[in-house]
Each structure stands twice: as C-alpha cells, then as structure tokens.
Design a protein. Structure first.
Length: 120
C-alpha cells in the first residue's frame, strides 16, 4: 500500500508544481503591476484548489482503477480486493484534499499581499 501512497503523492505534487509554474510565469508577465500579479497568482491557486476538490468529490471506489497512480503501478503491486480499493481511494482523496488545503492557504496569502500592495 505504500507504493500507491507514494504514486498518489507524486501525482498531486506534479500537478501542484505545474500549477505553480503557470502562476509564476503569469506573475512575472504582470510584474509591472505588483498587486495584479499577486491577484493573478492567487486566482491560479484558487483554480487549482477547485480542481483538486472536484477530483476528490468524484473519486469513488469504482473510479479509483482509472486514476493515474493506479494505472502506473504494476498489477501485482496494486491493492487487492474491495478493501484495497477502498483504502486506495481514501489515500488518494486525502492527498487531493491536502493539496487543495495547501493551495487555498497560498491563495489567501497571495490575495492578502495583493490587497496590501494595492494600498501602497
């Protein structure tokens, strides 16, 4: 089961890094207006949060077999039976919700910085 958790973690981390790369590029592109750059970065983080929440919402024990962490694993490494699928779904859901919570925190900080820089 540790193999599934590792693949789930790296899947969510990869998605978060691509989102951070997109936000960073947009923030640098709009760096002429610092408050706008912070708000754009926060908006990308909130979009990532919404995507993670939607993915966690629609994740079921039947759909876990179509997720990337499941498909990347060798058949003999995959969790066995209904209990294994339920545990794998719970682990992936926890990873998705943790990523969403972290992204929401980053978005809050960026929105706050955007507000503070707009006052200056």
């Amino acid at each position: 089961m540790d193999t599934f958790r590792r693949f789930a973690f790296f899947t969510v981390a990869r998605d978060a890094s691509f989102s951070a790369l997109a936000a960073g590029i947009l923030m640098v592109a709009y760096s002429f207006d610092l408050s706008l750059a912070f708000v754009i970065g926060a908006s990308v983080a909130m979009f990532f949060t919404a995507v993670m929440l939607i993915r966690a919402l629609f994740l079921t024990e039947d759909r876990i077999v179509a997720t990337e962490p499941w498909l990347v694993m060798q058949p003999e490494e995959r969790p066995v039976g209904d209990e294994g699928r339920a545990h794998a779904r719970q682990q992936l859901e926890t990873m998705l919700l943790t990523g969403a919570k972290s992204a929401a925190g980053v978005a809050s900080i960026l929105f706050g910085l955007g507000l503070l820089t707009s006052w200056a």
